[in-house]
Design a protein around this ligand. Structure first.
Ligand SMILES: C[S@@+](CC[C@H](N)C(=O)[O-])C[C@H]1O[C@@H](n2cnc3c(N)ncnc32)[C@H](O)[C@@H]1O
Length: 272
């Protein structure tokens, strides 16, 4: 039994789960044989998938630091959090603003099982966890844990990283993002990363096939389709870009990273 009263048998080990496959890509330990098998098949057809995951995490860290330091955001709502991976978003945000508040959300019981690691932050700050499916944005935005932690009269940065490629068109992904941003005040932000077929269609045909055979829906989107998630918001420079190209840190050499190794679009935008 975990801290949240979750019995281990509530974790389905008969089929692969996105959070646990991602843990495999990041060299974590919190996945099962079934996940390692499916993730290994992705690795066969997409040998740089581990680099894709690492570059995605690098973007999350830089964008969170930028939001805290340059945009002065003190509240974060991270949806599709994944299994805790250090540094977690609250550790990055609270590293800049110790009193930063962070609410995490995921629909996978494995993330709930490890959520305790997401709840240990600075004494000045605060974190909370909401177990919810992003396809029910009203439930997330009205969750009591969210309102106990975040003040929605002040700006909030919503992050949805490597999440919306799991949401097919029939689940209305663009409408979901609009509903998440709708209750937020001007000065709030959206941070998003998303897999794309723009640089290597064949790789993605093969990757999508592996996910499909594992029972996981996967939809890649083009740069303009990813850009449409930011409609009505002001994109922060450099716009919808490759994650390693988004405000690289001094000393980073993004020009040495091949687009077809990463296959992702990333962006941050402000609600005005
Ligand atoms: C590839 S991981 C990304 C983790 C983290 N956001 C990052 O970018 O490092 C995708 C996460 O989205 C979660 N997820 C997938 N579909 C979801 C849904 N419908 N509602 C909430 N979370 C979902 C998975 O459980 C997984 O933890």
């Amino acid at each position: 039994m975990t801290d949240y009263g979750l019995a281990p048998d509530q974790i389905d080990t008969t089929k692969p789960h996105p959070a646990r496959m991602y843990d495999f890509y990041l060299n974590g330990k919190d996945h099962y044989e079934v996940d390692a098998e499916a993730a290994g098949r992705v690795l066969d057809v997409y040998p740089t998938v581990r680099l894709n995951a690492t570059v995605n995490r690098g973007f999350i860290h830089r964008a969170t630091r930028w939001l805290a330091r340059e945009a002065g955001v003190r509240q974060f709502l991270d949806i599709g959090t994944g299994i805790p991976t250090e540094p977690n978003l609250h550790q990055v945000a609270q590293g800049v603003i110790p009193e930063a508040r962070v609410v995490y959300t995921d629909y996978d019981p494995i993330v709930l099982a490890y959520a305790q690691a997401l709840l240990i932050g600075t004494p000045e700050g605060r974190t909370a966890y909401v177990q919810s499916d992003v396809r029910d944005p009203e439930r997330i935005m009205s969750a009591p844990e969210l309102h106990e932690t975040l003040d929605l009269t002040q700006p909030v940065a919503i992050s949805v990283n490597a999440l919306f490629h799991f949401i097919p068109e029939e689940d209305k992904p663009y409408e979901i993002v609009r509903k998440l941003m709708e209750p937020l005040v001007p000065g709030s932000y959206l941070m998003l990363t998303h897999s794309t077929h723009d640089f290597s269609e064949e790789t993605w045909r093969n990757v999508i096939q592996v996910y499909k055979e594992s029972g996981i829906s996967f939809t890649t989107r083009s740069q303009s389709e990813v850009g449409a998630f930011f409609d009505g918001l002001e994109l922060i420079d450099p716009g919808v870009s490759e994650p390693h190209q988004w405000k690289p840190d001094p000393g980073d050499r993004p020009e040495t990273t091949r687009s077809a190794d990463i296959n992702m679009w990333a962006g941050v935008a402000r609600k005005s």
